[in-house]
Design a protein around this ligand. Structure first.
Ligand code: ADP
Ligand code: MG
Length: 320
């Protein structure tokens, strides 16, 4: 195994912008931004739990950063820098090369330079811990406790594809190469809507990124904001690849499926045109899918006929 310092120098020391002090000192230095608040978030990815042992390393590098950038988007923050903690059973050059390429490609595209991290040997599987720093105009962040009765509820992107891909890969669904081909990118290559998130700061009220499933994640907003919600199933942006699936499976994937890394946000009804315009400007699809109600903790999903769907996908009964 090459030693730790060679590994860092070889794979994780691409230069940071001139205004930064990047990899190589005890801490990185990032330029201050007057009038801004710093947004900070970390996500862990563990082999066997968050990714398959044979996961393609380039995609893994992308996804490790993407799931963190998604948290910045959900706060209305723009990326400033990221740090990478990497714990590996062995240092395989081909793996490291591809992982670094995937990571840096997204870091460059998102304007989120890698400025530091930590590297250790792991006794068991691979552990990847990414920390992102972002900035948001002071007081304008999109907090989970900011939803208000009467707000519209919006979702960016589409729902359900990553969940279907995961079920195909775990064998929970029977093999279907065409369906896997149509859904796999959603699972392995999420593209968090950073520009949309930043544009929503000061416009939307509450927001979060959908990582554990729309109902569960929206539940966090309802809990933090002490309100309820009514969703219209037919208004939800079902991923095109799910079109032919049985209704029950589709609903499960759309309402309960995780790994979406798109936004669920709430905003006052008088902001509708503005939100549609800014989504168009930033190349994001947004769908208005329901409204915030006064009924604390209550979450209803209405079907095509306006009747509440019961039971909601397994695990979410406590919303009823
Ligand atoms: P320290 O002993 O201060 O923890 P290290 O020897 O662990 O420093 O790391 C040396 C430098 O390399 C530091 O600037 C650190 O931030 C950076 N670094 C270590 N691992 C990584 C990594 N996986 N990705 C990016 N930078 C890293
Ligand atoms: Mg260290």
């Amino acid at each position: 195994m090459i030693n730790e310092f060679d590994l860092i120098a070889r794979y994780f020391s691409r230069p940071a912008p001139a205004a930064y002090l990047g990899v190589g000192d005890d801490c990185a230095l990032v330029p201050p931004a007057p009038g801004m608040q710093t947004a900070a978030s970390t996500d862990l990815l563990i082999e066997g739990r968050h990714f398959f042992p044979d996961a393609e390393p380039r995609s893994l590098g992308h996804k490790a950063l993407a799931v963190n950038l998604s948290d910045l988007a959900a706060m209305g923050a723009s990326p400033v820098a990221c740090l990478l903690g990497l714990s590996l059973p062995e240092a395989r050059p081909d793996w490291l090369e591809a992982f670094a390429d995937g990571f840096y490609a997204l870091a460059d595209a998102a304007g989120c330079p890698l400025v530091g991290g930590d590297t250790t040997r792991s006794p068991a599987g691979i552990v990847i811990s990414v920390t992102v720093l972002g900035q948001v105009p002071a007081g304008k962040a999109l907090r989970r406790d900011a939803a208000r009765e009467g707000d519209d509820i919006w979702v960016s992107g589409t729902l359900g594809a990553a969940d279907v891909a995961l079920r195909l890969l775990t064998g929970e669904l029977p093999p279907d190469p065409a369906l896997l081909a149509a859904t796999r990118a959603a699972l392995e290559h999420p593209e968090p809507p950073l520009a949309l998130g930043a544009a929503l700061a000061g416009v939307a009220h509450a927001a979060l990124d959908i990582s554990d499933g729309l109902l569960q994640d929206l539940g966090h907003i309802l809990h933090a904001s002490a309100c309820g919600a009514r969703l219209e199933y037919p208004a939800l942006p079902v991923a095109g690849a799910l079109a032919g699936l049985p209704a029950g499976l589709q609903r499960q994937a759309v309402l309960g499926g995780g790994d979406v890394y798109q936004l669920c946000f709430t905003a006052a009804a008088h902001r509708r045109d503005e939100i549609l315009a800014l989504a168009r400007r930033h190349g994001s699809r947004v769908s208005r899918v329901g409204c915030i109600t006064a009924q604390q903790g209550g979450l209803q999903v209405l079907d095509e006929a306006g009747r509440p769907i019961t039971p909601l996908p397994a695990g979410f009964d406590h919303f009823n």
